[in-house]
Design a protein around this ligand. Sequence first.
Ligand code: AVJ
Ligand code: FE
Length: 373
Amino acid sequence: MSPSEPAVALERARRRTEELLERLSDDELTRQISPVQSPLVWDLAHIAHFEELWLVRQRGEPAILCDSDDLYDAFAHARPERGRLPLLPPRAARAYMRDVRDAVLSRGDGRSLDSALVAMVVQHELQHRETMAQTLALAGLPGPDPKRPPDVAASGSILVGGSSFTLGGAGVWSYDNEQPAHNVDLRPFRLDRALVTNGDYAAFVDGGGYHDRAVWSEEGWAWRRAERVEAPLYWRLDDGRRSHRRFDAVEPLPQREPVQHVSFYEAEAYARWAGKRLPTEPEWEAAVRTSGTEIEHARGAVWQWTASLFEAYPGFRPFPYREYSEHFFGGEYRVLRGGSWCTDPVVARVTFRNWDLPQRRQIFAGLRCAADG
Ligand code: AVJ
Ligand code: FE
């Protein structure tokens, strides 16, 4: 990032946030729409609070939001409780965002800012923008434009083969969990060029995949039964015709679009039903690094569940935001790779690691299958 770029990157992220929420009423912004998401007005003030911590207070300037630090600390209150907190109302939250930004840019247009901290703050806002888009989808409110992934055209698979690959890296945009770069040895494997489409996935649903115990893991089967899941989130069946809800509209299921809103358990079951498996995280990154152009929609179409648990790379050091990754290591979360149609390109990097609980379906996530080589 050159000296003038921090301000540009910060302002660009902010415009994307504002555009997403422009048309919403105060009630829509304030409501606890789902227990798995925060009220939108929490995300807004949390974005500003994060920026205040890292770009204002970090350089020794006085606090802007006094006495409310714990309200916007993601570890102080769980998502389902945030709607009951005395949050800043929409007008005040927006004013707070502007006040923080003014303080950040007050000194020489942001020229004195640390690029790595700005990169973290910019990415953080863009990640929350995607989280807020998930909330809009859950609420049935209008989404951003374009609001869908591109159609799939590819077929076949590529063979990636047995050698040593570099995983991870350290650039200005890299989070701690992407570092340090290190070598991994991989056995030869195949990765499908195409993402699994709605049409592919409908064949699994129609073929009884949700009732075929053999293709589900024990944990996945228990989840499916307890939650009575029969299809991806947002799918509908009316008089034998399949449709889905996309944000505020119901439409016929687009067959060639990548499937979205499946859990890790469903992704795993589909892959097994298809006689394949999910790629591991090193396999995904090695394939995209070495054969990126042959893999259709490697990044920026839908997040792709991997078989890997979210764990530290060997030699991991938490920084600068200590809890960002470290808090989530330990085997509860699965890694997703690649980014969705809603992920900003600065986030959808080849080394970027996303994670969520295996049962979550609000993410714009689908899958790409792999097989042994
Ligand atoms: C990387 C999407 C799992 O939302 O929990 C935002 C991103 N971390 N603020 C999350 C994040 C702190 C994170 N994910
Ligand atoms: Fe956050």
